[in-house]
Design a protein around this ligand. Structure first.
Ligand code: HEC
Length: 119
């Protein structure tokens, strides 16, 4: 009985390890490490936004065909950071491509988004 349980535990571990390796690979490149959400620079984040986001969400963040981000100032920093690590981790079928940002850039973009008018 003990052997069966040990074998089952080993199998579970193997499946978990395989999933841990496979899931990030499936998305192309490893996810940035969990980003800190406080202390970012809104100015630097604004520059990152201009380069990486404005062609979809408009330079003034009003959205165009994409969500208007001007109301994002009141959003939870943890939600924004998770979204910027991978929209699909928050919302599996999200059409927004995963941004390729470093943890520092994520922190800065979060500061920028939180500086936007909450209307
Ligand atoms: C290729 C176009 C595209 C780019 C580039 C893009 N987004 Fe998006 N974004 C979208 C779309 C489309 C949605 C709506 C996704 C959904 O509903 O799942 C979205 C949703 C969001 C949301 C969630 C809004 C909500 O109401 O929940 C945030 C926040 C956001 N984007 C921020 C950004 C930031 C910051 C960047 C740059 C790092 C960025 N996006 C780059 C297309 C884009």
């Amino acid at each position: 009985m003990k052997r069966v349980r040990t074998a089952a535990a080993a199998l579970l571990l193997l499946v978990a390890a395989a999933a841990a390796v496979w899931l990030p690979l499936r998305r192309g490149s490893p996810l940035p490490a969990e980003a800190a959400t406080e202390g970012g620079s809104a100015a630097v984040g604004g520059a990152v936004y201009a380069m990486s986001c404005s062609h979809c969400h408009e330079p003034d963040a009003r959205g165009g065909g994409c969500p208007d981000l001007r109301g994002m100032g009141g959003a939870e920093p943890a939600f924004l950071a998770a979204w910027l690590r991978s929209p699909q981790l928050v919302h599996a079928t999200s059409p927004m491509p995963r941004p390729t940002l470093t943890p520092e850039q994520i922190r800065d973009v979060v500061a920028f988004l939180r500086s936007l008018d909450t209307r």
